[in-house]
Design a binder for this molecule. Structure first.
Ligand code: FAD
Length: 497
């Protein structure tokens, strides 16, 4: 409530925030989490908590009156539609040069993501987090993160025969025929549940195309893993539909945190201030960066250093589709949960997920989200005139990522005698180069913070989310965000509390 005092306040309930909450609570510390999105624990009028990908409704988007789907077109037709403005689950946050997709609600990105739970190859780790001891990460913290997240591998024999992974097998065949390594990618989805979905023994979730707007059954989002464990300690409370707007030193020691209460139209219905001995910024790369950049510029936290806002990257995300021959159908039933990727990182700078196009009809399309080794990094800055934080990302920078992705798909197209789809991102547009699913950086480890996420300039303030990672993880990021949070919170509990 207003005027309360808490030992620890955590801003955001994604991966970093959930790890911090659980480990602090287990160490005997009372924790309060503040989350601007909904709690996502109550069914809508259709009896389901989350909306389906094929029929977006008010639950689908964060404060928009029209959907902004990552694939904006299909067979030449725009597919976006009007929806009531609501504190929905997927935020398509627009900056000048890029749209950044993020999850909103208790569980953060775990609510909306594909669940691909990838530990980077150890040989690539020094390129991801150069100041972090790799032995500790691979011996202790990556295993701890994989276990805490409930990461599983698909049963290969089942993968080889089930209808719902025909699209992935076509992706594998095309990759291997062109000489690329196809790697199986672990996931937090319960593959035993998926097998039952395929057998029509349980309500369908991955096999009903649920992705982007939440998953009603099989995916182990943070609500089912870290956050469930954290709540079970009895020491963690969560305020959904509460947005932190300011953190500033309190005259009595600790920090004063200003919070807006929202209704489901996004209107501010009240404000509160609480004091906290320690504050963890876990609002995601964009959320944490925006808060810190604003608070430094407006005088609430003037001693934050000049690295705040820097080192932001898009994990090199770029999307494309390929049109297959009529004898290479990808299947009308596609599991929304990806299980494989094409690894051409060392030779061409690209790791491409074989992604689903769960439209419910045969598309003869192969669809990919590539993660590329792009060197480009952007910076957040405070725009005083507009009263907002801007990002100086340039859309043209994506050409580097496109070139890297083409090292895979140009070769496959030559080998297969196929072409790129031109109907998925507009009319006659091959590349989805306007977006990222993987924002990283803005409060980079060992620069804006010390080597454990303590924000420089203030004791008792920490960053513990994707903002710490300097722009790229070589694979999908959430396992690395989780493992780094496990490493940092262990050190912080041992030495700061
Ligand atoms: P987040 O998970 O983003 O959590 C931050 C939370 O803070 C959010 O809930 C937000 O609402 C809240 N917040 C923000 N600002 C405030 C504020 N001022 N006050 C209160 N609360 C606030 N990664 C993978 O590894 N594998 C995948 O398969 C994968 N697929 C993806 C698919 C999609 C469509 C998207 C969007 C992302 C995907 N990702 C994937 C990325 C992954 O989800 C993110 O990297 C991850 O969620 C980031 O974790 P985080 O802890 O940094 O922050």
């Amino acid at each position: 409530g207003n005027g309360a005092h808490v030992p620890v306040l955590i801003i955001g309930t994604g991966y970093g925030g959930s790890v911090a909450a659980l480990r602090l609570a287990q160490a005997g510390v009372d924790v309060h989490m503040v989350e601007m999105g909904k709690s996502w624990d109550t069914p809508g009028s259709d009896g389901k908590i989350f909306a389906n990908t094929t029929s977006p409704d008010e639950r689908s988007f964060w404060l928009r009156t029209r959907t902004k789907q990552p694939l904006s077109n299909f067979l030449g037709f725009p597919i976006d539609k009007d929806v009531p403005r609501h504190t929905g689950i997927l935020d398509a946050e627009e900056f000048a040069g890029i749209t950044v997709y993020q999850g909103r609600g208790v569980g953060g990105g775990s609510l909306v993501n594909g669940g691909m739970a990838v530990t980077p190859l150890r040989s690539r780790f020094s390129g991801v987090l150069p100041s972090v001891n790799a032995d500790e990460m691979y011996d202790i913290y990556y295993p701890r993160a994989n276990s805490g997240l409930g990461v599983m591998e698909v049963d290969r024999a089942w993968f080889d025969t089930t209808d719902c992974y025909q699209y992935a097998r076509v992706g594998r065949k095309h990759a291997q025929r062109s000489g690329f390594e196809f790697v199986y990618v672990p996931n937090v989805y319960d593959f035993n549940y998926m097998k039952q979905e395929a057998a029509n023994a349980v309500p369908r979730s991955a096999l009903a195309g649920e992705i982007l707007y939440g998953n009603n059954y099989g995916k182990k989002s943070l609500q089912k893993t870290y956050l469930a464990q954290a709540k079970a300690t009895g020491r963690v409370s969560i305020s959904p539909l509460h947005r932190v707007t300011s953190v500033t030193p309190a005259s009595t020691g600790g920090y004063t945190v200003s919070i807006e209460q929202l209704d489901t139209t996004g209107a501010v219905t009240g404000t509160k201030t609480v004091t906290a001995d320690r504050v963890f910024f876990a609002a995601g790369s964009v959320g944490t960066s925006k808060l810190l950049v604003k608070l430094r510029a407006t005088g609430a936290l003037p001693n934050l250093n000049s690295e705040i806002g820097k080192g932001w990257g898009d994990n090199g995300n770029v999307m494309c589709g390929r049109a297959n021959h009529l004898w290479d159908p990808t299947g009308s039933l596609q599991s929304a949960i990806p299980t494989g990727g094409i690894d051409n990182w060392d030779a061409g700078g690209a790791f491409a997920e074989v992604a689903p196009l769960p439209t419910g009809i045969e598309t003869f399309a192969s669809f990919y989200l590539s993660i590329t080794n792009t060197p480009h990094r952007a910076e957040f800055s405070w725009n005083a005139g507009a009263g907002r934080v801007d990002l100086n990302w340039q859309t043209a920078w994506k050409q580097t990522s496109i070139d890297m992705a083409k090292t895979i798909f140009d070769k496959i197209n030559r080998k297969e005698g196929t072409i790129y789809r031109t109907d998925l991102f507009g009319t006659y547009k091959i590349w989805g180069d306007h977006l990222t699913y993987h924002p990283l950086g803005g409060a980079v480890l060992n620069k804006a913070t010390d080597n454990y996420g303590r924000l420089r300039g203030y004791s008792g303030l920490y960053a513990i989310d994707g903002s710490l990672i300097p722009g790229n993880t070589s694979v999908n990021p959430f396992v690395t965000i989780t493992a780094l949070a496990e490493r940092n919170i262990e050190k912080i509990i041992a030495t700061d509390l």
